[in-house]
Design a protein around this ligand. Structure first.
Ligand code: AMP
Ligand code: ZN
Length: 507
């Protein structure tokens, strides 16, 4: 498969070529664990999941790294306000570590329920302070920092491409600086900054009392700025250059802009990251959903209203990740109904398979290069095209949707098209559905497997009952009846073995 992604860096569609063939390094900004994730945050993690699943389905080995922010993230992304973790701990009468632990578990409980694949590496900021200090030392050694008012700052004027990701112009930033310093003086914001876009690498002078977590550093006892954790941890696990970095669009102007500046300032290499993918917001009444605002909806609150977490996943897949998505209860109900029909269709297909046998191999030759070759050789789809060719076209359409910037609404339409085509061979169609679901993650195979297992369970009970009857018959010296039962079971593919501790059976 040949992927094309919309790269925020440069704002264009670009063909994806991993730095190392067959492998991809991916870093997705993780949660700040001071509260539950809201359903808007979960949109970001569904994008990460679709990306990882798509690459893996295409045979690319993905190293997916996610951070857990448990220190340094202030209420304003731009070093303003109180530390979100400390504030939450104070409000709840717990320690910062207790809060972090509680909400980290809650986060993964949510993502597991939404069938979001766990990252290969999950790394906590507080476990990587030494890595952050080492990186800040490199940035300092390369001359990009200044120390003022007890904190170490990154000087953006030393980094000419600052703001490239967000398309900010350095000239404008410099001109804005004079005005903003007056504004700072008036509003009491951080006057130590030479430019309002400079950012803290290491705080020693806490802006608020009782900063709970502090560490020794070359700049004094304190704690890291928020952005440095992502630079330090991504490079630790993925190397100094890696393939893809993702997050919500709110991260473009500050967090990711600052991550790039400090990473490239430390290594001297550019570009640090090849592809930047950003998801648009989930909005409620046109307002971005946020952890501190009104209308904070969690996954649990959807469940409490009778929705399955996968209904919400289905709802999200119905919008392209780069378009704003409006949440409403009507739309949620629509997603719930659609997913129910989807499952019914899958069950109906399963019922049509006489021996209940289907396997990935049924379509394997079509999921490889031959799939593309077949279609090319056989020409364009026509009214008279054969069922296997139509199945092949559906899979091609699905691949095309996913390859082209992860277009899940179009991919879902291909899945529906396949399910509505009654002329396809059920075992082939089902195998294709499951192949598509390797990306969509709607748990379709699991629903059929649970039915299959239930049937297997019934089957086992039936066998056990017949064996018990045969034992009774033997006890009663009715050998004809006992032999008949053995024969019946044989016809069902079951072989009996009589041993000293009773009768055992195997298929
Ligand atoms: P946070 O835990 O606040 O650091 O956010 C976690 C992720 O959710 C980040 O990638 C944010 O950009 C993203 N995010 C925050 N609010 C929304 C929203 N309303 N819709 C979609 N993504 C969001
Ligand atoms: Zn980050």
């Amino acid at each position: 498969m040949a992927f094309t992604f919309f790269n925020t860096m440069g704002r264009s569609y670009q063909p994806f070529k991993p730095l190392q063939e067959g492998k991809a390094g991916f870093y997705g900004c993780g949660p700040t664990v001071y509260n539950y994730a809201h359903i808007g945050n979960l949109r970001a993690y569904v994008l990460h999941d679709i990306l990882v699943r798509s690459l893996r389905r295409a045979g690319i080995e993905v190293n997916h790294v996610m951070n857990i922010t448990d220190v340094g993230h202030l209420s304003g992304d731009n070093d303003e306000g109180a530390d979100k973790m400390v504030k939450s701990a104070e409000e709840r009468g717990k320690s910062v570590l207790e809060i972090a632990d509680f909400y980290t578990k809650a986060f993964f409980n949510d993502t597991d329920r939404m069938n979001i694949t766990r990252p290969t590496v999950v790394c906590k900021a507080t476990d990587h302070i030494a890595d952050m200090i080492a990186l800040i030392e490199r940035i300092e050694k390369n001359g990009f920092t200044y120390f003022a008012g007890g904190n170490l700052y990154f000087d953006i004027t030393r980094f000419p491409s600052y703001g490239e990701l967000a398309m900010l112009r350095l000239d404008d930033l410099k001109a804005g600086a004079r005005e903003t310093s007056l504004h700072y003086a008036r509003t009491g914001q951080d006057e130590n900054k030479r430019n309002p876009h400079d950012f803290v690498l290491w705080f020693t002078k806490s802006k608020f009392e009782n900063q709970a977590l502090v560490w020794d550093s070359p700049w004094g006892r304190g704690y890291p700025g928020w952005h440095i954790e992502c630079s330090a941890m991504s490079m630790k696990y993925l190397g100094e250059n890696f393939d893809i970095h993702a997050g919500g669009i709110d991260h473009i102007p500050i967090h990711h802009t600052n991550e790039i500046a400090q990473s490239e300032a430390a290594t001297g290499k550019k570009p640090w990251v090849n592809f930047w993918l950003h998801n648009e917001f989930l909005v409620l009444d046109k307002e971005k959903m946020s952890k501190s605002g009104e209308g904070f909806i969690t996954l649990q609150s959807l469940i409490d209203k009778g929705y399955d977490p996968l209904d919400y996943r289905y709802f999200l897949l119905g919008g392209h990740y780069r378009s704003q998505l409006q949440f409403s209860w009507e739309a949620m109900q629509g997603a719930k109904n659609a997913r129910k029909s989807l499952i019914d269709k899958v069950h109906a297909l399963f019922e049509k398979i006489p021996d209940k046998k289907f396997s990935q191999e049924d379509i394997t030759h079509r999921t490889s290069g031959t799939r593309h070759k077949d279609a090319e050789e056989e020409g364009k789809p026509s009214e008279t095209s054969s069922a296997p060719l139509r199945l092949c076209e559906r899979l091609l359409g699905f691949d095309d949707a996913i390859e082209n910037d992860l277009n899940t609404p179009r991919a879902l339409a291909e899945l529906w098209g396949l399910l509505r085509d009654n002329s396809l061979e059920p075992h082939m169609a089902l195998a294709a559905v499951f192949d598509m679901d390797r990306v969509l993650g709607l748990g379709l195979e699991a629903c059929v497997n649970s039915e299959k297992n239930a049937e297997d369970g019934e089957f086992t009970a039936e066998i056990e009952a017949l064996i018990a009857k045969r034992t009774e018959a033997k006890k009663a010296k009715d050998f004809t009846a006992a032999d008949n039962i053995r024969q019946n079971l044989k016809e069902m593919g079951i072989t009996l073995e009589d041993g000293p501790s009773g009768t055992t059976w195997r298929r």
